[in-house]
Unconditional design. Sequence first.
Length: 668
Amino acid sequence: MKSMSNVDIYTISDELNNLLSGARVDKSFQPANDIVVIRFHVPGTGRIDLVMQCGSRIHTSQYPLENPTIPPSFPMLLRKRIKGAHVESIKQHEFDRVIEIKVKKDKYYTIIVELFDKGNIILLDDENNIIQPLKRKQLSARDISSKREYKFPEKRGINPITITEEELKKLFKNAESDVVRTLAMNGLGSLYAEEIIQRANGIIEIDKNTLTSQLTDTQTAEIYKCLKELFDNLKKGAIKPQIVKKDSKEDVIPLDLVKYADFEKTFYKDFNEACDEFYSKKVNSTIKNVKEAAWNKKVNKFEKRLKLQQETLDNFTRTIEESQHKGEVIYSNYSTIENIINVINTAWSNDYSFKEIGKILKKAKKEGMPEAQIYESIDKMGILTLNIDDTALNINPKSTIPENAEIYYEKAKKAKRKTKGAIIAIENTKKQLDDIKSKKDIAMEQVELPKKRIKKDLKWYEKLRWFISSDNILVIGGRDANSNEMVVKKYLEPNDIYLHADIHGASSTAIKLNGNELNDNIIKESGEFAAAFSSAWSMGFTTQDVFWVHPDQVTKTPEAGEFLSKGSFVIRGHRNYIRSARVKLAIGIVDYEGKRIMAGPVEALEAHCDNYVVLKPGFAKKEAIAKKIINKINEDDLLTLDDIIRVLPSGKCDIDEEYHLRKKYEKN
């Protein structure tokens, strides 16, 4: 994968500084060993994901990567230290392949993103000390480990934005290589080095292989002029982000280049978007390759097992054939073998050692004694090795001929018994192999590659909590302190009803009656809605008391000497209580001013859609639950995981399986 150049990083850091300045840091993730994603909330824009890959790239992304179930330690540290912080600045360090992201929470923190070599991502404190790096490294001049002072890499190369003609002349004077290599090695990279010489060569003849010491003042002046013209576009922000393609070559660049004049070009509104499209394709391909390699590893495991089992079966078959043959050879040469055994036993009874007997038999074989021709050797235990018709036999002289033959026949029987088990094992492995291969095919078809998040135009109520009651009445609620203020100040009208769970940490809820009469059904459903979107859910409660009042009872004016925080209100007068409202929600796709996802009371979902999922407070993380929900209710790929996560209550959830089983039973 192409690593970003110094020029790319300059452009990206400039865009990021404008885009994320003042943004609030949200969660951090680590979807791969070398990739960290930080999610930001930008006022007026919403969620923005910044993906950082060590030694390779940094850009915003609309392609969310799958995150591990258990977050690694580095993103957890980022969540602990900088979640809720606000971005102060994002800048490139001295036109090098290093970016500094400075944020402020209780104090200043800096995230260093190193994009040279294999790269790194490092969190620094306000004194420039390393809190923790993604990867610990000990180099000769730099120690990248916790509690050490962070040192930037040694400055290399030039800054084409600020360089003067005199500085360029000095660079060329002190260099010992050709002009292209000199520019490339001093921070411009081969692409931009060749681009500058190609542009200059259109005005005055300059061979790119010319040594810098041989350049004339006129040539140097023209090189400087072309360099400034090219990079002044960066300084002015006059960029043309594009992906260029020709045959198998593809690149992403922020400027129009002569070098790519005859390439097919796709332009983008900003360089972040261009990089996202370019790199995300590469990542998609990598994800598929990694997952396919994991499946191939499983397949190979069973293929190796099958090979070993087949070899074992072949050995058993050989043992049966060879052992039966050896038993038959013994009986076919009964008298010859008996004669040599008698010779050995006679000699042994006369106190000859087996070593001496062996020498005698060797001599007899050499002298042509017929019985001795089948002799090969005898060991110190007296076991005789014979060779009859190219068949090697081990014979015990202390046993009879039938007993020696039976040893081989028994060996064949034993191998035959083992053969049955080997055949069963092979059949089982073949079944497992076929099964894993078929599952691999299905799994590869279902590999979830990152899909582009397309920002949807939300209706005003979708920016809040909302549902349509079974009586077709809109009910809205706040998502946080800001939207709680909005519900009351902007959307609560005199004829509406205000609800709030009787617990600290709850959504301000409003029933938008719009001339409809209030009834017990809408009160019940709205009470459950207010209970579910309160801290009662995260506390695991099954019921929660909720009260309701008229809008004129809701005020932002506190009692004398008291202070109201953002999103809080004072309720004056009598409160009407909904006792023990269920803390339970259903989620489904409803057709209300178009198809959209809705989370609300079970009865409301029953009234508006056939396919929905009922949730209760539980133990599963939102991402895991969202995956289950999307598989059950996603129609025509209308939803993304983010759409579902957005409407889930705060806290962990479980699917209410008992409810769904009961409904299935009632239906049948």
